[in-house]
Design a protein around this ligand. Structure first.
Ligand SMILES: Cc1ncc(COP(=O)(O)O)c(C=O)c1O
Length: 371
C-alpha cells in the first residue's frame, strides 16, 4: 500500500492515458512504422518559412517564451478580426482543454460530450472529477439537438462539440452550429473544437461572435499548419471567459521557437492553401483505395478518412492490427457503432502507395485471424 496521499479523484482514475502514442507502439514492436497515418498529423509539414523562424529562434531558446504570446496573439487577432483580449494561446487545444476543464469542473460536475468523441477532452474532465454525460452519435454525426437537450437536463456547465468531428470526419453546416449557439442556456459553456476547420467546406463555421459570454472556440496549428509537435493552439471567446484562463493556465508553458514558428506559419497563407489542396487530394486517394478493396469511405471535412469496414468492431480491430503488422500505423474509433470503422490520416503519395499495397494483404490477414 502506497503512503502517497493522492486526492480521491486521482485515486479513482485508471492509470491510463487518453490513447497510446505511435512512438510507444514502435518501441513495443521494435521497429519504426513505414507510414504514419494514425494520429491525424499533417505529413505535408509546416511552411518552410515556419521552419526557418523556428531555426532562427533556436539560439535564443535559453529564454522563456513570452508568457503573453504577444506577437502571435496580435497577428491572430488581426487575422480573425477580434481583440487580443478575445484570444488565449496554449500548448495545443489539448493544453487549453485542460485549463477550460479546470475553470468549470469540480468533483461531480456533469459535462456533456458525444460518445466516442475526442478522448483527451474526457481525460481532462475526469482529471478534475467531472462526470461525463455521453450522447450517442446519430448516423455518424455528432447530434447537436441531443447534446443541447442533455446539457439542459443535467444543467451542465460545459458542453463539448467538435465540428468537423474526430473520429468520423463528419461535419455540420454553419447554420446548425449557429442554431446550437442561439439555443444554448446561459449556464452552459459551449466548447466548439474546430481543430480541423481549415480542411472543411466554406460554410462549416458560423461567424465568430465574441460578445457571447458562453461560447469558446478552439483552433490549432497542429493540423492544417502541420505543426503538431510544436504544440500551439488558441481559444477564441468573450474577454471574461478568456481572461479567466489567466487564473489557471501554465503561463510559461509555451515554447518560444514554437511561438515564432506559428507566427510565420500564419503569415504564409499561400502555403496553407497548398497544404489544404494536398490533403484534399490525399483524401480522394484514400477513398479510392478503400473502394477498390470493397470498403466504404465516409465523407470527410478533415485531414483523415474514416472507412466503414462493413462488419463489426472485431473486424475493424483486426484490420488495424494487420496493417500494424505491415508497419502501417492507423487508428479506429473507440465506441460502437463507430468502431465498425478504421480511420486513416491523409498521407503523401509515397505513404498512400504503401497503404495501397498493404491493404489487400491486411484485409486478407484480418479475415484469416478471425476464422
Ligand atoms: C478534435 C481534436 N481536438 C484537438 C486535437 C489536438 O489538438 P492540439 O494538437 O492542438 O492539442 C485533436 C488531435 O487529434 C483533435 O482531433
Amino acid at each position: 500500500m502506497s503512503a502517497l496521499r493522492f486526492t480521491p479523484v486521482i485515486q479513482s482514475l485508471p492509470a491510463s492515458v487518453p490513447f497510446v502514442g505511435p512512438e510507444i507502439q514502435e518501441r513495443a514492436k521494435g521497429r519504426p512504422y513505414r507510414a504514419r497515418l494514425g494520429a491525424n498529423e499533417n505529413v505535408f509539414g509546416p511552411s518552410p518559412k515556419a521552419i526557418r523562424a523556428m531555426q532562427d529562434a533556436a539560439p535564443e531558446i535559453w529564454k522563456y517564451g513570452d508568457s503573453a504570446s504577444h506577437d502571435l496573439k496580435t497577428a491572430l487577432a488581426a487575422h480573425l478580426g477580434v481583440g487580443v483580449e478575445n484570444l488565449m494561446i496554449g500548448a495545443g487545444i489539448d493544453g487549453l482543454l485542460n485549463s477550460l476543464a479546470r475553470l468549470l469542473v469540480e468533483p461531480g460536475t456533469p459535462v456533456v460530450t458525444s460518445a466516442g468523441a475526442y478522448p483527451t477532452f474526457n481525460y481532462h474532465v475526469n482529471g478534475y472529477g467531472g462526470e461525463i454525460e455521453a450522447v450517442p452519435f446519430r448516423e455518424d454525426h455528432e447530434d447537436p439537438l441531443a447534446l443541447l437537450d442533455r446539457a439542459h437536463e443535467v444543467k451542465a456547465p460545459l458542453l463539448y462539440f467538435c465540428n468537423p468531428d474526430n473520429p468520423m470526419g463528419s461535419w455540420h453546416r454553419a447554420d446548425v452550429v449557429q442554431g446550437m449557439i442561439d439555443t444554448l442556456t446561459e449556464q452552459t459553456v459551449l466548447c466548439l473544437d474546430e481543430a480541423y476547420l481549415e480542411f472543411a467546406p466554406e460554410n462549416t463555421a458560423p461567424p465568430i461572435d465574441v460578445s457571447r459570454p458562453n461560447v469558446i472556440r478552439m483552433r490549432t496549428f497542429s493540423k492544417a499548419y502541420g505543426m503538431a509537435g510544436a504544440r500551439v493552439g488558441y481559444a477564441i471567446g468573450h474577454a471574461d471567459l478568456i481572461g479567466a484562463f489567466n487564473k489557471v493556465r501554465n503561463h510559461f508553458g509555451m515554447n518560444r521557437a514554437a511561438q515564432a514558428g506559428a507566427l510565420a506559419a500564419l503569415q504564409d497563407q499561400d502555403y496553407l492553401a497548398r497544404t489544404i489542396a494536398n490533403v484534399a487530394g490525399a483524401r480522394d486517394r484514400i477513398a479510392q483505395i478503400a473502394t477498390e478493396n470493397g470498403l466504404t469511405p465516409l465523407p470527410s471535412a478533415t485531414n483523415f478518412v474514416t472507412i466503414d469496414c462493413g462488419e463489426g468492431p472485431e473486424f475493424a480491430k483486426a484490420v488495424v492490427k494487420a496493417l500494424d503488422d505491415l508497419d502501417i500505423f492507423i487508428r479506429m474509433p473507440f465506441v460502437a457503432p463507430q468502431n465498425r470503422c478504421i480511420r486513416i490520416s491523409a498521407g503523401r503519395p509515397e505513404d498512400l502507395a504503401l497503404l495501397q499495397t498493404a491493404l489487400p494483404t491486411a484485409l486478407h490477414n484480418a479475415r484469416e485471424a478471425l476464422t
